[in-house]
Every structure is written in structure tokens, then in C-alpha cells.
Design a protein around this ligand. Structure first.
Ligand code: FMN
Length: 357
């Protein structure tokens, strides 16, 4: 089974947490494009769990490009990438087939898929975000050739919120911090919240903010192909994402049009004076940086006992989760948000006749 998205740059994902590997097929990247595998490895490293604040599961995450790149360039074939699952231990998961974890996909997955392999959370595992990041890295390289850039950071974790205005350079700077905060001070405060929740057998959530620059005015689509529509859909596909807002988002509910409209002015081209819309009007770029935020819930698998049901006996029960889990998904989700955003931008770019589609 493959899960596919995109129209011209098509991305198909496959694998499970505890199968032999996870992987993807990326189609539609123009032939002859240089592919920097060192950059892919750097992006993969950013997604890997960090000591103390991520799962102890240790995977090398080395990306094996089996087809589609030859002598450092795309050869026009679909790009097939495989990432081995080496550090698997399914023993701790078997009880969830009987007592499903609250907050995870166990209950609906058991109902929907006969013979569902629950180990590691099966195809619902965050492990499947590894190939997304690998493909996203290639998409970033493609859009980078047209001057587009994507960077994300942790806006909030466990109640610690970064209240400063941030630009794409700040977001890129978060790559130096384990929590993907923009400063050392915020990094320490966010880490403290993660460690404290984890030592209580609990977890925390937070907010990822993503910024994309270099989108020309008019870049995007309308209606069901609108830029915000496709970005929101892609970001919502990331496990544990429970909300997406562009620009001032839900805050727009409380202000007037005179305050929310971003005024235009001329300064060597048409510019926006503010960015309450997050850089999108009518599904297309208004030339301002595209800015959106995505909320990620606290990791469902926690050691604290929680109420559930024993589905064999059909009686109330309790479950407590052992095994290896991220006490906070946000630091790792930052890379995944960047990746899906780059994939959508690449797809929109290749679809656009003026930009090579
Ligand atoms: C990068 C990443 C890592 C994740 N790690 C874990 C984890 O260690 N334990 C866990 O229970 N859920 C983890 N999740 C979240 C689950 O995969 C997700 O909550 C579950 O599939 C249910 O989907 P939903 O939350 O979108 O409804 C992770 C998600 C991502 C994106």
C-alpha cells in the first residue's frame, strides 16, 4: 500500500514502523537536476531524535537512493528512496491490540484493517516521516533554484512560547538548537518542559511555525489548488497535527478589516506593510513571506496509566505505555513541516506553465 499526494510532483509513501524499511517514490522532479545527497543527510539528521528530549530508538536514517538519481543528477525516472528500520522492538506494543492507547490510532486501525500490525504504531508511526524529510530535501533543492526557501522553528513547547517576531533567518538559526527554538534561552526553557513532563511519565505538545520566502506575487492556485488549501492538507497529514493557521489565523476573529488588511506600498516593487494574511490572498502569494503555524498535540504514548477498554472482554481497563517514545513531537515535526511545505511548493511550481510546468 502506498499513500500518494501531489499532482505533477507526486510523492508516494510506504512502509511501517517495524517492517524492514520505510521509503518513498518521488515523481515529476525535472530531469538533469543536481541532487545534493549531503544536504539530504543534513536534513535527515535534523529529524533524528535528540538525546533526552526524543525517543531512545536509534536509527541511522541513511537514505538509500535506489533509482532516479545518476551521477548526482535526476535521470527522469521516479526517485525511489529506502530507509532501513534497524532498531525495532515490537514486544511492548502487543498489548495495545487488546487495550488500545488513548490518543493513538490503535482503536480505529484495529477496526479498519484486519490483521493490523500494531508494532511501533504500524503505518501511523512518526517513523514514516523519515522518507518525507528525504523527499522534502530534494523538493527544497528544486524550489531553491527559483529562489524559494523554507524554514520552520518551534514557536511554543509545553507552555513556553516564543513571543518575538521571527523571520526566515531566525527560523534557519533554530537548526542549531535541539528543540528547534530560535534562541538558547528558549531552547533551555522548552527542553526543561519536555524533560519534566517525561520524568512525570507524561508528554507535551506545541506549535511549529513555518516561513517560506521567494514566492513571486501570483504564485499558487485557486479553489481546491489554492496554496493554503494544499499546504494545510499536507501539514494535517503529519501525525499528531491538530490545527493549522495562516498569518494571524484565529486572531483575525477579534479585529476589524481596517486592522487586518495588509496595506500595499511601492518600494522597488509592490510590498505589503503588514503580514496578517500570512502571505496568501486568493490562494496565491501576495509577495510577503508565507507564514503559517501548526499545532502538534502531546505525544499520545505516555507511561502514566490511562483509562481504556479491553476489547476482547468488552470491559473497562487501564493501559500504561512502556517502550520508546518522543516525550514531545514538536522538535522533530519542525523538519517534517518544512519537508511537506517544500513538496507542495515544488508541485505548484512544476504545475505552473510560467515556471516550467
Ligand atoms: C516525528 C513524529 C514522531 C512521533 N513520535 C511518536 C511517539 O514516539 N509516540 C507516539 O505515541 N506518537 C508519536 N507520534 C504521533 C503519532 O504518530 C500520532 O499521534 C498517531 O499516529 C495518531 O495520529 P493523529 O495524532 O494524527 O490522530 C509522532 C509523530 C511525529 C510526526
Amino acid at each position: 500500500m502506498m499513500y500518494t499526494t501531489g499532482k505533477k510532483v507526486r510523492f508516494s509513501l510506504f512502509g511501517t514502523s517495524h517492517g524492514p524499511y520505510v521509503g518513498c517514490v518521488l515523481e515529476g522532479i525535472p530531469k538533469g537536476m543536481p541532487v545534493d545527497e549531503t544536504q539530504i543527510a543534513r536534513d535527515m539528521e535534523l529529524r533524528r531524535p535528540k538525546k533526552g528530549i526524543g525517543t531512545p530508538r536509534r536509527e541511522t536514517d541513511s537514505v538509500n537512493i535506489r533509482q532516479g538519481v545518476h551521477n548526482g543528477r535526476t535521470d527522469g525516472m521516479p526517485i525511489l528512496m529506502i530507509i532501513e528500520n534497524a532498531d525495532t522492538d515490537g514486544s511492548k506494543y502487543l498489548k495495545f491490540a487488546r487495550t488500545p492507547r488513548p490518543g493513538h490510532a490503535d482503536l480505529p486501525a484495529l477496526a479498519r484493517f484486519p490483521g493490523y500490525d500494531i508494532r511501533g504504531g504500524g503505518q501511523f508511526s512518526g517513523r514514516l516521516t523519515a522518507p518525507i524529510v528525504a523527499a522534502g530535501s530534494i523538493a527544497k533543492q528544486l524550489i531553491g533554484r527559483s529562489g524559494m526557501e523554507v524554514s520552520a522553528f518551534s514557536r511554543a513547547i509545553g507552555g513556553v512560547t516564543d513571543c518575538e517576531n521571527r523571520d526566515i533567518a531566525d527560523a534557519a538559526g533554530s537548526r542549531g538548537f535541539a528543540t528547534r527554538a530560535c534562541t538558547g534561552e528558549l531552547d533551555a526553557a522548552m527542553e526543561e518542559r519536555i524533560v519534566s513532563a517525561s520524568s512525570d511519565g507524561d508528554s507535551v505538545g506545541g506549535v511549529v511555525e513555518c516561513i517560506a520566502t521567494g514566492l513571486p506575487i501570483g504564485f499558487g492556485g485557486i479553489w481546491f489548488e489554492a496554496l493554503d488549501t494544499e499546504i494545510a492538507g499536507a501539514v494535517f497529514s503529519i501525525p499528531a497535527c491538530k490545527g493549522v493557521e495562516f498569518g494571524r489565523g484565529f486572531g483575525l476573529a477579534n479585529i476589524r478589516g481596517s486592522e487586518s488588511n495588509d496595506p500595499f506600498f511601492v518600494d522597488g516593487g509592490i510590498k505589503c506593510g503588514t503580514n496578517n494574511m500570512g502571505g496568501i490572498l486568493g490562494g496565491m502569494s501576495d509577495g510577503a513571506p508565507m507564514v503559517f503555524r501548526a499545532v502538534f498535540k502531546p505525544t499520545p504514548s505516555i507511561a502514566k496509566p490511562q483509562r481504556t477498554v479491553d476489547i476482547e472482554r468488552m470491559e473497562n481497563s487501564e493501559v500504561s505505555v512502556e517502550g520508546r517514545h518522543d516525550p514531545c513531537i514538536v522538535p522533530r515535526a519542525v523538519s517534517v513541516v518544512e519537508a511537506v511545505t517544500a513538496l507542495v511548493l515544488a508541485d505548484q511550481m512544476v504545475r505552473d506553465p510560467e515556471r516550467g510546468g
